[in-house]
Ligand binder design. Structure first.
Ligand SMILES: C[S@@+](CC[C@H](N)C(=O)[O-])C[C@H]1O[C@@H](n2cnc3c(N)ncnc32)[C@H](O)[C@@H]1O
Length: 208
């Protein structure tokens, strides 16, 4: 991904024309993703799912068709969220669409149970100055309740980068093949927010 993908101006300009083509999914569509995604979704179908960097993707719509009743789609490009609102109406499903930058948007701390990203983290990393995605990871970690999940779908296995994060996560990664499309393999990272490890005890000094 080139560095332009981390700029709002780039996406706003791109969606000016791209919205005319209707829905479009990067990497994987729901058909390919469903089996790997489902075990990480909340058992309660009424639980909120926040889909960040939704673009023109059908993922939120397909989840709503699967009777998930509280999907919020967020993107910083207004054209994308406007198009997502129209797509939801066309498909006869209810979605909440919000225009916001996920690195700065107000999210109530420690309340969210499921946040999904497909491509936003990759886009952000194209302009990341060596912080290993902290600008995205830190606010989302803060927003999640303990046991809540951030699901990152990426073109690259990000496990080693995520393991270096100082945030307390349990990380599970599964490769997912885009069977119905390119045949390429993508990576679903399920990051579960866990308690931070207890502070290390200072080593006891043996008395002589
Ligand atoms: C690679 S596209 C993926 C779109 C969609 N998730 C999909 O799978 O087709 C990345 C999306 O993330 C959005 N995005 C990038 N950085 C963002 C940020 N900081 N806040 C909100 N949206 C962002 C872009 O506008 C773009 O729609």
């Amino acid at each position: 991904m080139s560095v332009k993908y981390c700029n709002l101006e780039y996406w706003s300009a791109r969606y000016l024309t791209e919205v005319q083509g209707g829905a479009y999914d990067w990497y994987l569509d729901y058909t390919d993703l469903k089996e790997a995604l489902e075990p990480h979704l909340p058992e309660d179908k009424a639980a909120e799912i926040l889909y960040i960097g939704c673009g023109l993707s059908t993922l939120g719509i397909e989840l709503a068709k699967d009777e998930r009743t509280a999907i919020t789609c967020v993107d910083w490009a207004q054209k994308a969220t406007e198009a997502m609102t129209s797509l939801a109406t066309e498909h006869g499903v209810k979605l909440t669409c919000q225009t916001a930058d996920v690195t700065t948007m107000e999210l109530t701390a420690a309340t969210h149970t499921c946040i999904i990203d497909k491509g936003l983290f990759d886009a952000h990393l194209t302009g990341d100055q060596g912080t290993k995605g902290a600008g995205v990871l830190a606010p989302l970690h803060n927003a999640l309740a303990l046991g809540g999940k951030l699901i990152i779908i990426s073109h690259t296995d990000r496990t080693s980068m995520l393991q270096e994060s100082p945030l307390s996560w349990q990380i599970d990664v599964s490769p997912v093949e885009a069977k119905s499309r390119t045949g390429r393999t993508y990576y679903l990272h399920a990051l579960t927010k866990v308690d931070p490890p207890p502070p290390e005890e200072p080593e006891a000094v043996e008395e002589k």
